[in-house]
Design a protein around this ligand. Structure first.
Ligand code: SAH
Ligand code: SF4
Length: 356
């Protein structure tokens, strides 16, 4: 059973102030605790040495710091990708991925254990939905990687919500986590360095449009006709393409921000010239960019990645129609840390490898 004491990571600053007051302390102590959590990256209340011993003891009695336990850690052979399996307080597990690029270090974090959306090709979808993560459990994944990097005098530069789960089906906790990452007295993560990816939950896109933040939006499109998209992504039966594009267009108009469309190329399914043309027709003139991604293999889906020839042919059609696009490199596939390969590996799949 999870403990019932509040997890300090689940509180915003106002919540922490209230907690401190109920302990009979003055509010400004909350700011000190906040700095221990999000600047010094403390992993235990006992480390907060600028607080009196008495206050630390009271805090330990009335609250907890739910730092996830590392169950397994894997590094890709090229050293560019690291995947850690983390255990939450109730034993549920999530994977968090660190991608190292020359100019940035990106954390790929999860918002749910499993996912109810059920996209055919996605390992998380294949495991079904287990539960939402709390805002603190989302933030704790970032803090975990930040601590890892700190040991090497490095820092995270970017956070993408592209791990397990659908962020907009756990909207409140995801946004609370984003605001905590951005907090000026904490991690101070730049808004433009945060990206939320959705499978197309239209009410979530609408709410996101109304937020007053500069966080990036990515939409997992994967098909440009309702027939093909509904077969791949059941959510399309609920929010069809016309509906989805209307919401995305409104987001662009309101925020003036470019939207990224993700497109996983699956051999013979969505890599046809018809799909490329339909995609180009849908997004011509939009402030949008297409990310073409190679399908990563998953146990529960027989589809294959598109061949280099078909990939090039698809990209060439976009090129001719002046649709901005990028072919995303595959990374981390040797440790199943590629997009859509994330799943809780409670059983036997995890073979931990030596990690520095
Ligand atoms: N639920 C959100 C965010 C998590 S999935 C969403 O769907 O957008 C993150 C990205 O990985 C999405 O673009 C998703 O479509 C993609 N993805 C899922 N399964 C994949 C696979 N097997 N190979 C490559 N990308 C995959
Ligand atoms: Fe869920 Fe995204 Fe996977 Fe679809 S692709 S099942 S929305 S995590």
């Amino acid at each position: 059973m999870a403990e019932t004491k509040p997890n300090l990571y689940d509180l915003d600053l106002a919540g922490l102030e209230t907690l401190v007051e109920t302990l009979g302390e003055s509010r400004y102590r909350a700011k000190q605790i906040w700095a221990w959590l999000y600047k010094q990256l403390a992993s235990e209340i006992s480390q907060m040495t600028s607080l009196s011993k008495a206050l630390r003891t009271k805090l330990e009695e009335r609250a907890r710091l739910a730092v996830p336990a590392v169950i397994a850690a894997q590094e890709s052979i090229d050293g560019e990708t690291r995947k850690d399996l983390l255990s939450m307080a109730d034993g549920e597990q999530v994977e968090v991925v660190l991608m190292r690029y020359i100019d940035r270090k990106t954390a790929c974090v999860s918002t749910q254990i499993g996912c109810a959306v059920g996209c055919q090709f996605c390992a998380t979808g294949q495991m079904g939905f287990r539960r939402n993560l709390t805002s603190g459990e989302i933030v704790a994944q970032v803090l975990h990687l930040e601590r890892e990097l700190q040991a090497q005098q490095q820092r995270l530069t970017n956070v993408v919500f592209m791990g397990m789960g659908e962020p907009f089906l756990n909207y409140d906790n995801t946004l609370a986590a984003i605001y905590r990452l951005m907090h000026p007295d904490g991690l101070q993560m730049g808004q433009r360095r945060i990206t939320v990816s959705t499978a197309g939950v239209v009410p979530g896109i609408r709410r996101f449009t109304a937020e007053d933040i500069q966080v990036n939006l990515a939409v997992s499109l994967h098909a440009a006709t309702d027939e093909v998209r509904s077969a791949l992504m059941p959510i399309n039966k609920r929010y069809g393409l016309d509906n989805l594009f209307k919401a995305v267009q409104e987001y662009i108009e309101k925020t003036n921000r470019q939207v990224t469309f993700e497109w996983v190329l699956i051999d013979g399914v969505n890599d046809t010239p018809e799909q490329a043309s339909a995609l180009a027709a849908r997004i011509a003139g939009m402030l949008a960019h297409v990310n073409l991604i190679a399908l990563n293999p998953t146990d529960g889906y027989p589809g294959q990645p598109s061949s280099p020839e078909r990939t090039t042919a698809f990209a060439t059609i976009l090129e001719h129609k002046h649709i901005p696009h990028t072919l995303r490199l595959r990374r981390g596939t040797d440790i199943s840390a590629g997009c859509g390969q994330l799943r809780s590996q409670t059983r036997t799949q995890v073979r931990p490898r030596a990690v520095r």
